[in-house]
Design a protein around this ligand. Structure first.
Ligand code: NAP
Length: 353
């Protein structure tokens, strides 16, 4: 029997879609992704990118600090609920709460990757990876794609060579590893991610070199200012990373980074125990194998303004997989809600029950 709604992906967009679809009694099935080493290295584990961050400061309703104290002082006494506990929210906590909220309303979850889809016929078909309990063929009347995006690397062979051995695209996941403690580290990029990674790494590193190809940051002013004021961060302006240097021995790994100045072509080797790429993202759309219309950067195209419709009737997209502009947890959750409402109305209009 066909599922009514299948949601592929398990970041804020996926869970918001699941919460809304479940409350509309559509009994959604979420395919949350597989827990594999390949997904870990690629940054595509279940719960998505937000689960790779520490404190989330900009998701409405979750101010940084002691949440209980905030609620007590921030809400008028007659409306205060004394049972609040805890602190500000972290990315993994926020995602676990969303996942729990979705399951509380009857969402079912399978922990697999979707490896193939057939959207050419209705009901739509999806195939999952084999995994420990075997692959599954799943049919659905409506599909919501919420597979997000993953971090980019420069594409240097030496990045691949030292991945997991000093090369990373996630400071929050890997920054606290003993290999990085009290050692110089290199971050490449000039956006908010690079600012966040560089600042975070100063908690562990002796020194952070931030390599950026231009003479000004793309990042927001507040995050740039934080970096520029941090005595542990040295910015290498107008510079590119030519090579990550190191030794294949896992006890050694990365030992430095070769940087070239674009101003005078001077090359220098900066000693470093780690190299962190923070240069933007690629949407997770490979599994669609060209069945939906994509942008030139491979993001899913929303075909109707203000709607989550895609080029295939009955397939909806939400979150970063269709958004290379806002890319925030709150906007992902917002479009996840929209996709569930669009799917619900589409199913009703087609008389699918
Ligand atoms: P981004 O804003 O696209 O910035 C990517 C950076 O990497 C740019 O500075 C870019 O340089 C550089 N870059 C790209 N390709 C490169 C290459 N091949 N070689 C060298 N440098 C390269 O990406 P992001 O920093 O990941 O941020 C994505 C979105 O998430 C943004 O909207 C951001 O505001 C948001 N975000 C927010 C927070 C927060 O508020 N806490 C944290 C992280 C991210 P150019 O500047 O020269 O193009």
């Amino acid at each position: 029997m066909s599922e009514r709604v299948v949601i592929i992906g398990s970041g804020p967009a996926g869970w918001a879609a699941a919460i809304y679809a479940a409350r509309a009694n559509l009994k959604p099935l979420v395919i949350e992704g597989a827990i594999t080493e390949a997904n870990r290295i690629q940054g595509t584990l279940p719960l998505g990118q937000l689960a790779l961050t520490s404190e989330v400061e900009n998701y409405p309703g979750f101010p940084t600090g002691d949440l209980a104290a905030y609620v007590k002082t921030g809400v008028s006494p007659e409306r205060y609920l004394p049972e609040h506990t805890g602190h500000g929210i972290t990315g993994p906590e926020l995602l676990e709460l969303m996942r729990q909220q979705a399951t509380n309303f009857g969402t079912r979850i399978i922990t697999h990757d979707v490896v193939d889809v057939d959207f050419s016929k209705h009901p739509f078909k999806m195939k999952t990876d084999d995994g420990a309990d075997g692959g599954q063929e799943i049919e659905a009347l409506a599909v919501i794609i919420a597979t997000g995006a993953r971090a980019n690397y420069l594409g240097l062979p030496s990045e691949d060579r030292f991945k997991n051995n000093g090369v990373s695209a996630c400071a929050v996941c890997d920054g606290a590893l003993p290999r990085f403690r009290n050692k110089p580290l290199v971050v490449v990029g000039g956006g908010d991610s690079a600012m966040e990674e560089a600042t975070y790494l100063t908690h562990f590193a002796s020194q952070v070199y931030l390599v950026h190809r231009r003479d000004s940051f793309r990042a927001s002013k507040i995050m740039s200012d934080r970096v520029l004021a941090n005595p542990k961060i040295t910015v290498k302006w107008n510079s590119v990373v030519e090579e990550v240097l190191g030794d294949d021995n896992p006890r050694v790994g990365v030992t430095g980074v070769r940087i070239k100045s674009l101003k005078d072509n001077q090359v220098e080797e900066v000693p470093a125990a780690g190299y962190f790429a923070a240069i933007g993202h690629t949407p997770n759309t490979d599994f669609l194998k060209g069945q939906l219309k994509l942008t030139d950067k491979k993001y899913i195209v929303w075909t109707t303004p203000q709607r989550t419709y895609t080029s295939i009737d009955g397939v909806f997209a939400s979150g970063d997989v269709a958004d290379d502009y806002y890319r925030q947890a709150i906007t992902a959750a917002g479009t996840g809600c929209m996709a569930a409402l669009d799917a619900e109305r589409w199913l009703a209009a087609k008389n699918f029950h």
